[in-house]
Design a protein around this ligand. Structure first.
Ligand SMILES: C[S@@+](CC[C@H](N)C(=O)[O-])C[C@H]1O[C@@H](n2cnc3c(N)ncnc32)[C@H](O)[C@@H]1O
Length: 285
């Protein structure tokens, strides 16, 4: 399970999750998956929806809205490793009937079995073994249940022409660190801003190997303004990936300043970013 650093409450995902493009891209996936779920169940039958990595509840809220819009009764359970995130999500959404429990893919079957749909949004890239996670998700799904996930960290996430922004952002962040905190070093400088990114077909393959059949795969482009890059740059989990080994408050300032510098130098006000959106269905046995 992911360790949450002490400073997590000041460097949350929440400001990023408030951006309109983020709402829109997630709503698109929620709409695709919940429409299928709704069509697969008789009118009025309650459904059981689980959201793995529910975080501070941005997608949970969209799921609740979509079920309500369709008049579909059901329960929504968020499973999330970070207690700080659970606290924020609970304060926001428990009054609407959502429940949040601490856990990850390993605990899914125990805490939220027999789900009609499982969502895993903007987090699957954080899991080192995708096939193992998919297999645990498949075990927690009811026969013919749906699995929906998305990520903007995959091979294809960089919209054509946007690479120069990432290169410059990294260079300027490292330069800012050298100038303002000469004693601070990243632990893997050459890997800054890099993670192990899978191609869409790798995801499909990992799912197929565990009785999950991809029924919908689309890529959607979001236009992200400067403030969004700065907000993701102030999220502790992103900082750990982008500037490994750098203290979170210093990394946050470095990424915030350098995003503004990079965009100003390139004379741009937004950078397009692609999201991979996948809906899969359990084979039913
Ligand atoms: C970028 S946030 C996404 C939150 C929400 N799903 C959304 O789409 O807005 C990533 C979330 O994944 C959680 N997380 C990190 N590693 C995880 C893991 N191995 N399994 C499940 N969740 C994880 C983090 O605690 C965090 O809440």
């Amino acid at each position: 399970m992911t360790e949450t650093p002490v400073l997590a409450s000041s460097y949350t995902f929440d400001p990023f999750a408030q951006h309109k493009f983020y709402h829109d891209v997630n709503q698109s996936l929620v709409h695709r998956a919940i429409s299928r779920l709704d069509a697969a169940h008789p009118t009025g039958k309650p459904v059981r929806v689980v959201e793995l990595a529910s975080g501070t509840g941005a997608v949970t809220e969209l799921i609740l809205d979509e079920l309500e819009r369709l008049g579909r009764p059901g329960t929504v359970i968020g499973v999330e490793p970070s207690p700080e995130a659970i606290e924020i999500a609970s304060a926001r959404l428990e009054s609407r009937g959502a429940k949040f429990v601490q856990g990850d893919a390993d605990s899914l079957v125990a805490v939220a079995p027999n789900a009609d749909a499982i969502f895993f949004c903007n987090a699957i890239h954080l899991v080192p073994d995708k096939r193992d996670a998919a297999s645990k998700i498949a075990s927690a799904l009811a026969p013919n249940g749906f699995f929906a996930c998305n990520s903007s960290f995959y091979q294809g996430a960089y919209a054509p022409g946007s690479e120069r922004f990432y290169h410059l952002w990294t260079r300027r962040a490292l330069g800012w660190l050298r100038k303002n905190h000469p004693g601070v070093r990243t632990s893997r400088t050459e890997k800054a801003m890099a993670m192990q990114w899978l191609a869409p077909e790798d995801y499909a393959q990992a799912f197929e190997a565990t009785d999950l059949h991809v029924v919908e795969q689309v890529e959607e482009t979001a236009l992200m303004p400067l403030r969004a890059w700065q907000d993701i740059g102030r999220y502790w989990l992103f900082i750990e990936g982008a500037l490994p080994g750098v203290p979170i408050p210093i990394g946050a300032d470095a990424l915030e300043h350098s995003a503004a510098e990079a965009m100003s130098e390139l004379d741009i006000t937004e950078v397009p970013r692609n999201w991979l959106q996948l809906v899969a269905q359990h084979n039913g046995h």
